[in-house]
Ligand binder design. Structure first.
Ligand SMILES: Cc1cc2nc3c(=O)[nH]c(=O)nc-3n(C[C@H](O)[C@H](O)[C@H](O)COP(=O)(O)OP(=O)(O)OC[C@H]3O[C@@H](n4cnc5c(N)ncnc54)[C@H](O)[C@@H]3O)c2cc1C
Length: 515
């Protein structure tokens, strides 16, 4: 198949690799002069800041087909991750497929083919080309979202969006309000509060927070994301988490951890949120550098913000940490309002495999790039006719089920439509691709089975078996990573899993879709 990939961020790169391995003829258009998407650091575009440290560890950000020569499990800086992507391109010889400074302005279906219109941003000349299929990997973090708040138009100070935040230099001595608390916001509030005269963090509700290195141990937070944990109904997980947190509060812990635990205990259904994997701002609240207002903003006037609880603050700078919106303007044949209404967040029933979307699935805990990798493996095989899409009618039913499930599981973050339940999402693909470790395989490899069940839920698990397996690499990585849970926690989790298997009718859990 002649395939067009739009965008050379992490998703586009893994799509090229998987398509190429299936023997397709791939052309990728990237609007910038370099690859990397949001991880291409450049002061003239949005994306990572000078100090961005990833919120997901290297073993969870790496594609399952390639891991660099390093052992330590840690968080890559944005430059280290960009270097990983460069090495990935080199390793799989992807460079020749990428055309830079080419912006796709329109895609439409014409006579069973897909017409792609491309603008050369250097010469300002447009051209057209026909493809058998187009894979849209244009990213979820490209178009900033600005909130509508009364009086914003009257505000006389400076307004910025965190998408363009590079460092705290321009905020020295300013009176700043940061609006919103996602993962970038936690960094922005932390850095700005170090140098500002005053820094206020405004939120409307609390997000569940995960420490980078929980419990003061040297293990990254995703090391705890094992299969046994994911297999628990979320209601049961919430109860166990509360129990363990209350227990931890009784022990000797530092003020920052105490504050975080108390914060999380104050939130209903801890796990039914997108998890903010960045706890940097707690130390600033404790030190008094950062003021928190949780009531939401009522309105602004020329130099003051008024909160709904009656408080007010004089400010001269606003930083919107209010996330991003999807931009599918260039897709001409359908309107996409909600990515949960795409089969596996990627297939529109009207477009089938003609136009597919890769990169709109992000796990609450875990790397987005490996979800894109699974999508790409599936997509490449659909185009090779090794797999087939369900019928249009069946697709619709599956989409309804998926949207219902995700709306229930992530009921406290209904606006974040990309978020998926990591294991369910990956396992669903693995069942189709026949790359999930079978019971027989686990019985033949008991030590590996222990690591797979209780250890880190890395995507390498899906390279042990199946047509695209890389068993040597997968075994090595899975065996290398430690089991993060302590002995008593493993016993608790195992008992909880057995309980969830035998007590299907117990009220309170029956409405949990993961049950
Ligand atoms: C500051 C920051 C930190 C993050 N940290 C993490 C993290 O630690 N872990 C994690 O999993 N995720 C993280 N994310 C989310 C991150 O966006 C994704 O994981 C990752 O970038 C997804 O890659 P992508 O290729 O889908 O999108 P992008 O990286 O956004 O790449 C999209 C590419 O498409 C190109 N493009 C867009 N439109 C067109 C067009 N019309 N024509 C041609 N090219 C086009 C863009 O130029 C871009 O290069 C972070 C996001 C931000 C902003």
């Amino acid at each position: 198949m002649r395939v067009c990939v739009i965008g050379a961020g992490a998703s586009g790169l893994v799509a090229i690799k998987e398509l190429k391995e299936e023997g397709h003829d791939v052309t990728c258009y990237e609007q910038y002069d370099k690859v990397g998407g949001v991880f291409y650091h450049n002061n003239n575009k949005g994306g990572v800041s000078d100090l961005t440290l990833l919120t997901i560890s290297n073993y969870f950000m790496a594609f399952s087909s390639y891991f660099p020569n390093e052992e330590e499990c840690h968080y890559w800086t944005h430059q280290e991750y960009a270097n990983y992507l460069f090495a990935f391109i080199e390793h799989f010889k992807l460079k020749a497929h990428i055309q830079h400074s080419k912006r796709v302005t329109s895609i439409s279906i014409v006579n069973e083919k897909v017409k792609v219109e491309v603008l050369d941003v250097k010469t300002n000349k447009s051209s057209e080309r026909m493809f058998d299929s187009v894979c849209v990997c244009s990213g979820t973090h490209q178009t900033p979202r600005y909130p509508q708040i009364n009086g914003l138009d009257k505000f006389k100070g400076k307004k910025y969006h965190s998408a363009f935040y590079k460092n705290n230099q321009q905020y020295v001595g300013k009176n700043v309000i940061c609006i919103g608390l996602g993962e970038t916001a936690a960094d922005v509030a932390h850095e700005v509060s170090q140098v500002a005269n005053k820094c206020v963090l405004s939120i409307r509700h609390r997000q569940s927070i995960v420490a980078r290195y929980p419990h003061g141990r040297k293990l990254t937070n995703d090391a705890y994301s094992s299969r046994i944990l994911y297999q628990l109904p979320t209601a049961l997980f919430n109860n166990i988490d509360r129990f363990l947190n209350k227990y931890r509060l009784k022990g000797k812990i530092c003020d920052q951890e105490r504050m975080m635990i108390e914060w999380n205990l104050s939130i209903p259904d801890y796990i039914n949120h997108f998890l903010t994997k960045n706890d940097a701002f707690f130390e600033d609240i404790l030190s008094g550098n950062l003021q928190l207002n949780e009531s939401g903003i009522s309105h602004f006037d020329e130099d003051t913000v008024y909160f709904k609880d009656g408080q007010q603050e004089q400010i001269d700078t606003i930083i919107f940490c209010t996330g991003y919106q999807d931009n599918f303007n260039f897709v001409k044949d359908v309107e996409i309002k909600d990515v949960r209404r795409l089969y596996k967040h990627m297939v529109h029933p009207e477009l089938g495999t003609k136009v597919v979307f890769i990169g709109w699935a992000r796990p609450a805990l875990g790397g987005a790039p490996v979800c894109s990798e699974m999508q790409s493996r599936y997509y490449a095989k659909l185009l090779s006719n090794k797999l087939a899409l369900p019928s249009k009618h069946h697709l619709q039913q599956l989409i309804e089920q998926q949207a219902y499930y995700e709306d229930q599981v992530f009921r406290h973050n209904m606006t974040v439509r990309t978020v998926v339940h990591y294991q369910k999402y990956m396992d669903d693909f693995a069942d189709i691709l026949k790359c999930k470790p079978t019971l027989g395989y686990m019985l033949r490899h008991p030590i590996l089975a222990y690591k797979i069940t209780f250890g880190s839920h890395v995507a390498f698990i899906y390279r042990l078996q199946g047509e695209d397996k890389n068993e040597k690499l997968a075994k090595e990585i899975i065996s290398r990573l430690p089991v993060a849970w302590r002995g008593y926690e493993l016993i608790l989790l195992t008992c909880a899993r057995i309980y969830s298997l035998i007590s299907k009718k117990i009220p309170g859990f029956k409405n949990d879709p993961a049950y």
